[in-house]
Design a protein around this ligand. Structure first.
Ligand code: TXA
Ligand code: MG
Length: 328
């Protein structure tokens, strides 16, 4: 349902976010599909609604620097970038604070998080009223262009999104620039609303990695995807000695050293919400490996299987695990 973004409608949208629901809202770049970034289930529903075939980390939206500093570690560079470009179309990839309370799925399991303070007054009002960080990818289905009007959003999701806040067309019209500040040299992960020249003016040198990752990663870069240290075995129906199990469904086969249930009721959204957290819990030296039961290749199951397959693939010993970094 499209609703004009009056103060009353924004307050209702904020309540829905706090209740764990998804709402679509305008930013100065594109419309976003937002959910409470501290709730794994809300974030899982974002991925389900978008129909993304894989889990890419999402941008977490906050009103400003003060709120952002509670979620990630800001060094002098990060603070300078935020002071110069926030609120505005720049997302900063930074180390997550261990006590951030953020959903691990929002970061696709990584130790980093992309943060942005949007400049749109409706987005600002919504974030302040919600009083919590909001994970929001562009409000389009996977593989389609980002929406810049409320009608576009409805065209993407129909009635699957309960509330679309309408504030007219977006001013910038392209997504935010994504800048990774977790390494030595600031690295442009996605060109966007803040031009590269403006970043170069602030930082001097900016690295621009090939988007398709065709070239080898420079040393010291953080991997763009989380993978456990223990070997992963997929589609498992029988135990091997010392293995821990990620179970899917009501029952686990016997003989595993430990068992965690991704979802006893076979709910892929619940499994997605548990995935990274449970992988981390089982990624311990006392286990010979992590086995995962078969997960049906449908809906969010596809994204779960994609991520597990990448994590199970052999990794080059010298450069660490750094598979494709993909856009969204
Ligand atoms: O303008 C925008 O940024 C819009 C509006 C709604 O704010 N949002 C948006 O979000 O475009 P999304 O989820 O469609 O794009 C997120 C981008 C992806 O390219 C993703 O790979 C990158 O940010 N990203 C997010 N977190 C990351 C992280 N921890 N490390 C590396 N890249 C990250
Ligand atoms: Mg997008």
């Amino acid at each position: 349902m499209i609703v004009r973004a009056t103060p009353d409608a924004v307050a209702r949208a904020a309540r829905r976010l706090r209740d764990g629901e998804l709402i679509a809202f305008p930013t100065e770049t594109v419309y976003g599909l937002g959910g409470d970034a501290t709730r794994e289930q809300a974030v899982a529903h974002i991925f389900a609604a978008k129909g993304r075939p894989r889990f890419n980390p999402l941008i977490v939206h906050v009103p400003g620097l003060a709120e952002a500093e509670a979620l990630a570690v800001f060094d002098d560079r990060a603070r300078a970038a935020a002071e110069r470009f926030w609120p505005g179309p720049l997302s900063l990839v930074l180390p997550r604070r261990p006590d951030s309370g953020l959903s691990l799925l929002a970061s696709a399991g990584l130790d980093t998080v992309a943060l942005r303070a949007p400049a749109h007054p409706v987005a600002q009002e919504l974030l302040r009223a919600a009083g919590r960080p909001v994970a929001a990818p562009s409000a389009n289905r996977s593989g389609r262009v980002s929406p810049t009007t409320a009608a576009h959003v409805r065209g993407e999701f129909g009635d699957a999104v309960a509330m679309i806040l309408d504030a007219g067309p977006c001013r910038v019209g392209v997504e935010s620039t994504v800048l990774d500040l977790t390494g030595g040299i600031p690295s442009l992960l996605r060109p966007g609303g803040v031009p590269l020249e403006a970043l170069v003016a602030l930082f001097g040198r900016i690295e621009t990695p090939a988007p398709d990752d065709a070239t080898p990663r420079s040393p010291g870069r953080l991997p763009s995807h989380y993978a456990p240290n223990r070997p992963l075995r997929l589609g498992v129906t029988e135990a091997r000695p010392g293995e821990a199990l990620l179970a899917f469904g009501p029952e686990a086969p016997p003989g595993f050293a430990a068992v965690l249930f991704l979802s006893r009721s076979r709910d892929p959204a619940e499994a997605a919400a548990n995935l990274f957290q449970m992988l981390r819990r089982l990624d311990r030296p006392e286990f010979a490996g992590i086995a995962v039961m078969p997960i049906p290749e449908e809906g969010l199951g596809r994204a779960i299987n994609d991520r597990l397959a990448r994590a199970a693939a052999p990794r080059p010993a010298s450069v660490g695990y750094s598979p494709r970094r993909s856009g969204s």
